[in-house]
Design a protein around this ligand. Structure first.
Ligand code: Y43
Ligand code: MG
Length: 197
């Protein structure tokens, strides 16, 4: 079991930060990496876990605090798991709307039965920048890619992600409900267990 008073969240994504903060609740004082830098580290890893460690290590180094990073993305069955770790960069850095437009375009004509997909979240917590044994947790959320965007909540690919257990898109879920079901919620539940929170 491990206790901190404070940790830094190593993400520059406002949607993610909101969700992670809500899930951590009052259990720990959360600082943002934005207090320490505007520069985003290059995500050079070939797996979610490598990128999560890289981002957490960078944040721990810059802040001197324990650091939690989230590397996540969408893996589409019909695309062999793409965009995967490249989800944020799918449309060459043009942002969420362009990423979603590209995904719809690439999946044009693919029938529902072949539109299965999953969100993946890899969390890495480093107690300090040289921590040789990061705490690693992951979560997966299965769904399917819609034919058009639905809903206004969330961020990223949420408007295109059909949630079978709720019969709506991820962007139609309330923030509280998404935070009970999502890949990030599952990974965070495991992390909280590991930390005794
Ligand atoms: O719950 C989610 N709902 C919708 N989309 C999501 C979700 N979770 C991840 N995603 C998408 C957004 C982005 O296209 C990619 C994450 O990329 P990823 O590099 O981990 O995050 P990021 O660059 O936005 O922020 P940062 O690296 O500073 O944490 O997957
Ligand atoms: Mg990123």
């Amino acid at each position: 079991m491990m206790h901190f008073n404070e940790l830094v969240l190593a993400s520059h994504n406002a949607g993610k930060l909101k969700e992670l903060q809500a899930m951590l609740g009052e259990s720990v004082r959360v600082r943002s990496i934005a207090e320490f830098t505007d520069v985003e580290p290059e995500e050079t890893g070939l797996s979610f876990v490598e990128n999560a460690i890289l981002k957490a290590r960078n944040a721990a180094r810059l802040s001197g605090l324990p650091a939690l990073a989230d590397d996540s993305g969408l893996a589409v069955d019909a695309l062999g798991g793409a965009p995967g770790i490249y989800s944020a960069r799918y449309a060459d850095g043009q942002g969420d709307a362009a990423n979603n437009a590209k995904l719809l375009d690439v999946l044009q004509g693919v029938p529902d039965a072949e539109r299965g997909a999953q969100f993946i979240c890899s969390l890495a917590l480093l107690r300090h920048a040289e921590d040789p044994l990061p705490i690693l947790c992951e979560g997966i959320w299965r769904g399917r890619i819609l034919h058009a965007a639905r809903g206004e909540h969330g961020f990223g690919y949420d408007p295109l992600f059909w949630v079978p257990e709720r019969d709506c898109s991820s962007a139609e879920l309330s923030p509280a409900e998404k935070n009970l079901l999502s890949h990030r919620a599952r990974a965070m539940a495991l992390l909280k267990q590991r930390l005794g929170l």
